[in-house]
Design a protein around this ligand. Sequence first.
Ligand SMILES: O=P(O)(O)OC[C@H]1O[C@H](O)[C@H](O)[C@@H](O)[C@@H]1O
Length: 568
Amino acid sequence: MASSSLICETRIWKDLRAHVEDIKETHLRELMSDTERCKSMMVEFDGILLDYSRQRANLDTLNKLYNLAEAAHLKEKIRRMFNGERINSTENRPVLHIALRAPRDSVINSDGKNVIPDVWQVLDKIRDFSERVRSGTWVGATGKVLKDVIAIGIGGSFLGPLFVHTALQTDPEAIEFAQGRQLRFLANVDPIDVARNIAGLNPETTLVVVVSKTFTTAETMLNARTLREWISAALGPQAVAKHMVAVSTNLTLVEKFGIDPNNAFAFWDWVGGRYSVCSAVGVLPLSLQYGFLVVEKFLKGASSIDQHFYSAPFEKNLPVLLGLLSVWNVSFLGYPARAILPYSQALEKFAPHIQQVSMESNGKGVSIDGVPLPYETGEIDFGEPGTNGQHSFYQLIHQGRVIPCDFIGVVKSQKPVYLKGEMVSNHDELMSNFFAQPDALAYGKTAEQLLNENVPQPLIPHKTFSGNRPSLSLLLPSLNAYSIGQLLAIYEHRIAVEGFVWGINSFDQWGVELGKSLATQVRKQLHASRKKGEPVEGFNFSTTTMLTRYLEESADVPKEDCTILPKM
Ligand SMILES: O=P(O)(O)OC[C@H]1O[C@H](O)[C@H](O)[C@@H](O)[C@@H]1O
């Protein structure tokens, strides 16, 4: 493909467009009755079973999608990613989060240098530091064990670690290692988030980890300064060295902030923020909470999927299949959203994490060569754990808009409960819903069925379900550090596949900059108005009115003496 040509100009793209008409003729009810088709749409790797038989696709669709992958040079793009080429062209960076979880003896080159020794040097440093903190060898300024950790960070420096922490919280093995320890996350610059994070914590027993790739993010740096004050007000400024450490690619700014570079954990510009949970960004706070050995299993799970993604043929390749099906749903069937529905409360922070990975990666308007796209990329990702979502937004999914769903289920619960006298265990009850919902969406319920059930005529339109609503199901054997790593990597690579096919740069995020720079102007105005009484100037009517009202009505809020610090 010539560098500026778009995938939508290829013959196979047009072929797939035409193929939509064939698919539209067949209801999922019919597609599901073809057992051979269904059999071929189940794929297993390393204990994870993917069933995509409830996609609005047949074997012909799949073959066409493989041809699309070929036209998009998918294999070549994956190879370039794994080879450390600078595929993030607008930032001139390689994309090597796969190196973060590669075994110690692997070789992954970037610019002719094997990055694995550097990766493992930081991992070894984390293992050593987290063991010293956990064992009480590294103590706080007053000699007390640091049993609580607040990780400050936002976006990619927050969502991934929060997802993994939430998923591990009830894992029996992880619980054993977490005994008596707490891990909290401070992300929002809203002072309420600070107040909630420090509530009930004693600075003497708290370690603060400042996590920021750039070490310039406004929210994180203000929260870091706030907690630095919290510590020094209670224990004296010299205590900061014992109570604050950092994770960043910008060690110069870490030092400038006042954190000893020896207590900084590095990562590299070839790790995108939203792909950084396997770097010190996630590994440090999670190792402090659960111990390095648990976190190493998480890395191994992700690495297993990396190998699979790199080497498995497309027909058996979980991330490739998922990515191609998403492209089919978005670009050909015209479904703009995707619901991520884990039937596991422990995965409650999975959808929020994937929202960033997916929407920041693939919500783009131009091709990697800067050509405006005549087609949409990315999807609107959202989700909640089942069964909670069923009592909230499933109505729309069943009878309103068509939203392709990802159902994620787990065979063995982290915390099985079986009440005497109940028909099934609590987990069976949960999983009954996991198995039922995809069929309800696919088959629906016809007016004829309702008539046979003697439903009164006026209610029939309301009780009819059109069905023909696509979903796919992922079944995990259990939810532990290893399978959490697998799940993460499956989605990371699926999103990369989508971007590779759409021909965009999934690894930059220029779209977040404009709002940040406008906030800087507002911040300056607020300062000028509060300190020097300057009127609001240079904004449009709407913003001027709102800002003026905000300034007037917050004038009586105390300022210098308005502190988050609890009375000691
Ligand atoms: O880790 P940091 O440099 O503090 O960045 C935190 C976040 O800020 C930005 O707004 C980016 O959009 C995110 O991709 C990034 O994860």
